[in-house]
Ligand binder design. Structure first.
Ligand SMILES: C[S@@+](CC[C@H](N)C(=O)[O-])C[C@H]1O[C@@H](n2cnc3c(N)ncnc32)[C@H](O)[C@@H]1O
Length: 277
């Protein structure tokens, strides 16, 4: 059976193993579908002069180019305070591509205060807007005290397309606990764009998923859907349900939400919305 048209984080083709940081930093032909990305790996990609901004955040162009408005619209539907004014917003892992640039513009227009948390190498590629943006370099939640000292409490915490890297290399519950602790009363956190291998399996076991696979690969092959085996390093329904229970035990409401159907990975990714009363 051939592999399905997904990158490695979504449970796609088997990986070659971690690329050397040197190759990520300087290589001309980094195969983004096959690299095992970590916080350090992203730091290296951020410095690679041969890559586009989307590639520096680990996405082939076709996965993001032209989708930024639709993604921001879907985020704002789940975080309506973004469309108000004067909110304090923390973006964990903004990267350096189109999405944070649009978010910065929105924050400037709406008088929000935006705190960006990522590696120095990513952050230096984003503009500094006086009175709007501030930057805290380093991996969250290791730097949570610095974030807390800078922010106090946040009305919105956004963490988009980041959680699967945290899950692979850190403690997901410490990450979640630290986000819930940052939220002000009435605040919302969106841990978005989470590849869920259970959702992927459900999709590719369906007729629609099989047709999608054949059209994407332009072959007559069947998607590679496996059950009853460990999903090492991958997020599944059990992980998401565990995160919901953990957030709720900390006093917040939590929901797994679908992405708008016009988003490029809506058939295999989901969002976790956390709301404090
Ligand atoms: C796939 S990119 C997503 C970027 C952006 N949120 C977007 O959707 O366009 C992942 C980003 O998360 C950052 N990152 C990974 N682990 C992180 C952590 N523990 N704390 C802060 N940032 C992290 C990476 O450096 C990278 O910029």
């Amino acid at each position: 059976m051939s592999s399905s048209p997904l990158n490695a984080a979504d449970g796609g083709p088997p990986k070659d193993g971690p690329s050397s940081l040197e190759n990520l930093r300087t290589g001309r032909d980094v195969d983004l579908a096959k690299v095992d990305l970590t916080f350090e790996g992203f730091r290296a990609l951020a410095q690679n002069p041969h890559l586009s901004a989307n590639e520096r955040i680990g996405f082939p162009e076709t996965y993001r180019d032209g989708f930024e408005e639709a993604i921001l619209r879907d985020i704002a539907a789940k975080l309506p305070a973004l469309l108000g004014t004067g909110a304090t917003i923390v973006d964990i892992g903004p990267g350096c591509a189109g999405l944070p640039h649009r978010l910065i513009d929105l924050c400037r227009e709406r008088d929000h205060r935006l705190v960006l948390v990522d590696s120095a190498e990513m952050l230096e590629q984003l503009p500094d807007v006086a009175g709007v943006t501030s930057k805290i370099a380093g991996a969250f939640p290791a730097n949570r005290d610095a974030v807390r000292n800078a922010v106090g409490q946040a009305d919105i915490v956004l963490c988009y397309s980041v959680f699967h890297y945290v899950f692979a290399e850190g403690n997901p519950f410490t990450f979640l606990d630290s986000i819930v602790a940052l939220l002000a009363d009435g605040g919302r956190a969106l841990i978005g764009d989470i590849p869920n291998i259970s959702k992927r399996r459900r999709f590719f076991a369906s007729e629609t998923g099989r047709r999608f696979h054949k059209a994407f690969t332009q072959t007559d092959s069947e998607p590679d859907v496996r059950y009853n085996e460990p999903s090492l390093g991958k997020i599944d329904d059990a992980v998401l349900m565990g995160l919901i229970q953990r957030a709720q035990a900390a006093g917040a409401d939590a929901y797994v939400m679908p992405q708008a159907p016009d988003l490029p990975m809506a058939n295999r990714r989901e969002d976790l919305l956390i709301m404090k009363a």
